[in-house]
Every structure is written in structure tokens, then in C-alpha cells.
Design a protein around this ligand. Structure first.
Ligand code: FBP
Length: 559
């Protein structure tokens, strides 16, 4: 018998709330279609690359009848990319829908991410396995991975595996890159008349897989609440000891939603938002000056402590860095098979790189501490992304601020003390036990994915809307994946990918931060949110993120 904590035992008994329209059971759902759709940008290129799944209409479920297929089906499920709280509940929702439709249906979990379907590594999910993972964090039920699905050979191997297991549909649970995989696979499966459909589910703690049709990606709610708890605890420590400046880097590779939400929940002294840095074309030096100024002004008030939140992806938003990183990406893609470069020492590598960069980027690269240089040259992930979680931006800023403050001291502009602590919160939140919101939302996403499959759809993303309302009012349907795609440069080539949603600087969420941050900089308005609550009043346990409330209802929420 597995040993589990008392909380996990209680949580296993939790029955996630289903979106209203799905709550009458899988055999009481009818599909309706909206207008045909277009890609968000680069329409012609996307249409040409996805001729069989492009432009399908938005799908919506109602209870006005029932027209879903009742035939027996085996489904394969893949967890893809970084972990996000609630993934197990997506699988639980899919499993329960599939079994309630027909107990002979089977669900196969492919092991270790997309590579599982290529290599034929799988397990059949059973009641016993599933029950051990309900309402738990993590992706360990079947594991995850970041393999990019794109070659003919990979697709053919996947088809072979599916044929052996008599699989009629595949569900890919992932972020923008993983759902790009889903779209490529759906296109290939349809183009080759395999009869296998592919449905995606929107996952990522980063919160950047969202648009008019997808209100939130799962995991964002739990992860941000977990980080907010930790930040609140540190704020209380800082406010007690009054001796450290805490620099806290928060995950979110390409967008600053996590940092923004955590800031609204905790009200720290400094919050950097990458999208703002880019819009204002701020240089690294300007960011350092902005932070040093707040540190000096607080020191004048006798406050030699504070909290600064830094988004993980900051470095790629600083225009000069962005240009340099884009050149590095192309250069490194070209040097992948260059034995001279691969066998060179670290210092020689820096020289080779510097000789190939333009003058400005070379100068910037050389000005960075060698640790950061090495981190910038690390392998890209299989989708071509820089591994920003490994770049210690918080430490880079601390070092640069020390130099700036020393200079300000000489000029009589800083008379305080600066003692630093660096933190990085990322992995701490990605496998937390899902909040009630994520538990319910994920279960509905998975259940809904099966409804999309039995409607005969392919190349769709499972969509649950109206999420700031009680689950009984949630709306269920599907969004064509091609609708979210555009062309972007990856590994030195233009590729079709799902467009990431960045923080909108004229949107209500950023405006809420902007209107408060000067007050939060000087006064200590810290909020201590405490741990996620699973049992208790709905006003505590079921409340959604401030981001979601502001985006969907423009409600002032806590701020
Ligand atoms: P996904 O986009 O796959 O959801 O992952 C996001 C993320 O958590 C980022 O915030 C972070 O930069 C990255 O994963 C870290 O990746 P890894 O788990 O490979 O270290």
C-alpha cells in the first residue's frame, strides 16, 4: 500500500466540480458550431502548412439533445512539457468520461512525454492507478517530456504504435509548443486518412497560453498561489528582521503573467515586468538604475530592506539582450555540429561566439559575468527556447546594483546598507497539489476532451469558459488549434507555432500594478496570502486569480 499524507488521503476523496453542461453525463451532450476561423497571423502560411485541419469552426456543447458517438474507442494520452498542477485531474476527467461512455473503452498513458508514443512506451490506466492520483500535483502518473513531434518518421512510428493498441484518438496535454505538436500530428493523421483524431488541453503555469477562447491555462492558479504564499512568508521575514533585500525570480519563460499575479497577491516593493521593459526599450543599466533608486529612497527612510520580483524571462525582453540572444540562437543552431566549437574550451567558445556576433552584441556579451555567458550558451530546449530557468538574472541584477550603489555612495546619493538574498521560485510551485480551481478546471478539461473526441473532431483544443463563475455556469467546447498559430523563428528557421499571450500593458491587470507600485515601493503594504486552502468557505477555497478576475470581469479584486 502506498504511503500518503493525511491531506492527500482527504483530497483523494474530493469530487471535482464539472462544467455545468458536462455534468449531466457524457451521453447528454450536443455539439453546435460557430463561424469558421482564421489563424491569428500569417494566415496563408498556416493554411498551406495545415490544409486538412485549418480554419475549422469553434465548437460549443449544449444539453439540447445528444449526438456524441457511443462506439467503443481506445484513447492515448500524453503529458507534455513542464509540470503544472492539475495534470492528473485532466487524465482523471478523460478517464471517467471514457469509462462512463463505455466500460470497454481503454485509456493508454504514453510514458515520458511525446517520446512515449514514438517509442511505444505506454501503460493502460486502470481504476487503481487513477484513484491514486486524483487531485494530486505532479505529472508522475505517466511522466512528461519535451520531445518535439515534427518528422515524418516520428509520425509513422506513432501511427504504428496507435494501430497496435487500436487507438482512435490522442490527447496531448501541454503548453504552446506541445499543442503545436498536437496540431502537426492532427494534420498528419488526417492527411493520411488514419482516422485518428488529436485533441489538446491548455497547460502551463506560465499563463501564456490564453486568448479570446481560452481564458486560462491550467496550473497558473495553483502555482501563483504557491509562489504568493512563499513571497508573503519572505515579506514577513523581511519586515521582521529589516536587514535584507530579497530578489525573487519567478518562473514564466516568455511572459511575465506569473510575476504580475504574484505581485498583485503580495504587494512587494519592486516588480519588474518584461513586457514593460521591452515597450519602454529599457537597457540593463536603466533597470539597474530604477531599482537602485528605490533602494536608495527606502534607505533614506531608514528601510534597508525590501522585496523585488523579477520575471524569469526578463533577460529576453531587454531589447539589446533580445537582439543578442536571437543572434546567439541562430549561431548556436549553426554550431551544433561544428566539432571545432563543440570541442573548444569555455574561453575559446566565448571567443568564437564574440567573433561571429555584430559589434554591439559582442560588446554586450563580453560585458557579462562569465557565469551568465555560460548560461546563455547552454543548449536550447527541443523547441529552440533558451533555458531561462538556468540564467541567474536575479544574481546578475544584484551584482550590478552593488556596483551602482557603490558609485552612488561616492556621490553622496546613497547612505544606506545593501545586503542581498537571491531566490528563484519555479519548481517549488509546478507540482503543488492543485487548488480547488485547478482540480475542477482540469477535470472538466479532460472530460470535455473526450466529448470532443466522440464528436469526431480533430486539431481542437479543449476549452472551458466563464471560469470566474461557479462551475455549474462554465461553458464547454473546443477551439481549432490553427486559429492560435503564427510563424516564428526557431532553431534558425521560421516555424508554425501557437502564439504566446504576453502581458498587455493597456489591460486591467498591468494597470492595477502600475497604479499601486509607487505606493508599494515606499510604504510596506505587504500582503501575506498564506497557504492554499482546500477545505473551508468557498470565498477562501474557490477564489480564482486576480488576473482572471480582472481580465474576465474587470473587478477590482484585492487591489
Ligand atoms: P511549459 O511551457 O512547458 O509549461 O513550461 C514552462 C516552464 O515551467 C517555464 O516557466 C520554465 O522556464 C521552464 O518550464 C523550465 O523547464 P524545465 O522543466 O525543462 O527546466
Amino acid at each position: 500500500m502506498r504511503e500518503i499524507s493525511p491531506l492527500q488521503r482527504e483530497r483523494q476523496a474530493y469530487k471535482p466540480k464539472l462544467a455545468g453542461v458536462l455534468a449531466n453525463g457524457i451521453n447528454n451532450i450536443k455539439l453546435t458550431f460557430g463561424e469558421k476561423t482564421e489563424a491569428v497571423a500569417d494566415k496563408e502560411e498556416i493554411k498551406a502548412l495545415f490544409p486538412h485541419v485549418y480554419g475549422e469552426p469553434i465548437a460549443k456543447f449544449s444539453n439540447q439533445g445528444s449526438d456524441l458517438s457511443t462506439s467503443t474507442i481506445n484513447v492515448g494520452v500524453i503529458l507534455s512539457g513542464g509540470q503544472a498542477p492539475g495534470g492528473h485531474n485532466v487524465i482523471a476527467g478523460l478517464y471517467d468520461a471514457l469509462k462512463s461512455a463505455n466500460p470497454n473503452n481503454k485509456l493508454y498513458g504514453f510514458l515520458g512525454g511525446p517520446s512515449g508514443i514514438i517509442d511505444g512506451k505506454y501503460t493502460e490506466l486502470t481504476d487503481e492507478i487513477m484513484n491514486n492520483y486524483r487531485n494530486t500535483g505532479g505529472f508522475d502518473i505517466i511522466g512528461s517530456g519535451r520531445t518535439k513531434l515534427e518528422t515524418e518518421e516520428q509520425f509513422k512510428k506513432s501511427l504504428e504504435v496507435c494501430k497496435n493498441l487500436n487507438i482512435g484518438a490522442i490527447v496531448i496535454i501541454g503548453g504552446d509548443d506541445s499543442n503545436t505538436n498536437a496540431c502537426l500530428l492532427a494534420e498528419w493523421m488526417k492527411a493520411n486518412n488514419t482516422g485518428i483524431s488529436v485533441i489538446g488541453c491548455p497547460k502551463t503555469i506560465d499563463g501564456d497560453l490564453k486568448n479570446d477562447q481560452i481564458e486560462i491555462s491550467f496550473g497558473f492558479d495553483t502555482a501563483t498561489k504557491t509562489y504568493a504564499e512563499l513571497i508573503g512568508n519572505i515579506q514577513r521575514d523581511a519586515n521582521s528582521a529589516k536587514k535584507y533585500w530579497h530578489f525573487i525570480k519567478l518562473m514564466g519563460r516568455s511572459a511575465s503573467h506569473v510575476c504580475l499575479e504574484a505581485a498583485l497577491q503580495t504587494q512587494p516593493n519592486i516588480t519588474l515586468i518584461g513586457e514593460e521593459v521591452e515597450a519602454k526599450k529599457q537597457s540593463l543599466d536603466e533597470i539597474v538604475s530604477y531599482m537602485a533608486d528605490i533602494i536608495a529612497r527606502r534607505a533614506e527612510m531608514g528601510k534597508n530592506f525590501g522585496i523585488a520580483l523579477i520575471p524569469e524571462g526578463l533577460i529576453e525582453f531587454i531589447p539589446e539582450m533580445k537582439i543578442m540572444i536571437a543572434s546567439l540562437n541562430d549561431l548556436l543552431a549553426g554550431l551544433e555540429k561544428d566539432a571545432n566549437y563543440q570541442n573548444a574550451s569555455q574561453d575559446e567558445k566565448y571567443q568564437i561566439i564574440t567573433s561571429k556576433l555584430d559589434e554591439k552584441s559582442a560588446k554586450l556579451f563580453n560585458s557579462l559575468p562569465s557565469q551568465i555567458k555560460a548560461q546563455l550558451l547552454m543548449d536550447r530546449d527541443p523547441h529552440g527556447n533558451v533555458q531561462v530557468s538556468k540564467i541567474e538574472t536575479e544574481k546578475l541584477l544584484i551584482e550590478m546594483i552593488k556596483v551602482k550603489l557603490a558609485d552612488m555612495k561616492k556621490q553622496g546619493k546613497f547612505n544606506g546598507k545593501f545586503s542581498d538574498q537571491a531566490h528563484f521560485f519555479g519548481y517549488e510551485g509546478r507540482c503543488a497539489a492543485p487548488s480547488n480551481f485547478d482540480a475542477d478546471y482540469c477535470y472538466s478539461l479532460g472530460y470535455n476532451a473526450f466529448a470532443l473526441i466522440q464528436s469526431g473532431l480533430t486539431g481542437y483544443l479543449s476549452s472551458i469558459k466563464n471560469t470566474t463563475k461557479p462551475a455549474s455556469q462554465w461553458v464547454a467546447g473546443g477551439v481549432p488549434l490553427t486559429m492560435m498559430m503564427n510563424m516564428e523563428r526557431r532553431h534558425g528557421e521560421m516555424k508554425p507555432v501557437i502564439k504566446k499571450a504576453l502581458v498587455e500593458l493597456d489591460g486591467p491587470v498591468f494597470k492595477a500594478l502600475e497604479s499601486h507600485r509607487e505606493k508599494w515601493a515606499m510604504n510596506d503594504c505587504y500582503i501575506f496570502p498564506g497557504a492554499i486552502q482546500y477545505f473551508g468557505p468557498a470565498s477562501v477555497c474557490d477564489v480564482t486569480t486576480i488576473t482572471l478576475q480582472l481580465e474576465q470581469e474587470n473587478k477590482p479584486a484585492m487591489v
